[in-house]
Design a binder for this molecule. Sequence first.
Ligand SMILES: C[S@@+](CC[C@H](N)C(=O)[O-])C[C@H]1O[C@@H](n2cnc3c(N)ncnc32)[C@H](O)[C@@H]1O
Length: 177
Amino acid sequence: MVRRQFDSLAPVWDSMRLEDTFAPYDAALDELPEAPARILDVGTGTGAGALRLAQRFPEATVVGVDLSDEMLAQARRNTPAELQVTYRRADASALPYPDGSFGLAAHANMIPFFDEVARVVASGGHALFAFSSGAETPIYVPSKRLRQELARRGFTDFADVQAARGNALLARKGDPA
Ligand SMILES: C[S@@+](CC[C@H](N)C(=O)[O-])C[C@H]1O[C@@H](n2cnc3c(N)ncnc32)[C@H](O)[C@@H]1O
């Protein structure tokens, strides 16, 4: 059902984006202590987040995953050949990547699947959750809930940011006990 819903939204998705939609996502990226080498954009949609990541971290390998083939088709059309971005159809609740594969798992306006995020982010890596319209975002999880769920899974060093109409949280995955 989710796939069908976003397949049908794909043709108009980019036209619904405002200038400041990714301001919280960008502001949270500003908080990263260093450039990650491998980055996952979860629920990438038409790839706007993945593109920003590839432009911002040109040395990084960037992967965008989504359930919707139509969203992914648009993401591929939106991505200049010179940018290092790979798109893959994958379910965020069962990601097809080994444990500790990524230095950053970024989410823009996306449902968090906490167990999978915690599994694929390497120790010392980060998870980012951005909501373009704050509590008005159709898919919104309050920072308090994000912190609770992430802390239970070994994340620490939480940084909340506010930007434009929205907010984001950046968290670092601690070293194994
Ligand atoms: C609200 S859109 C956000 C798209 C993009 N991140 C943005 O902000 O423009 C949510 C996206 O997550 C995708 N999605 C929803 N559930 C998913 C899942 N379980 N696994 C992967 N992608 C999923 C949808 O297909 C859709 O493209």
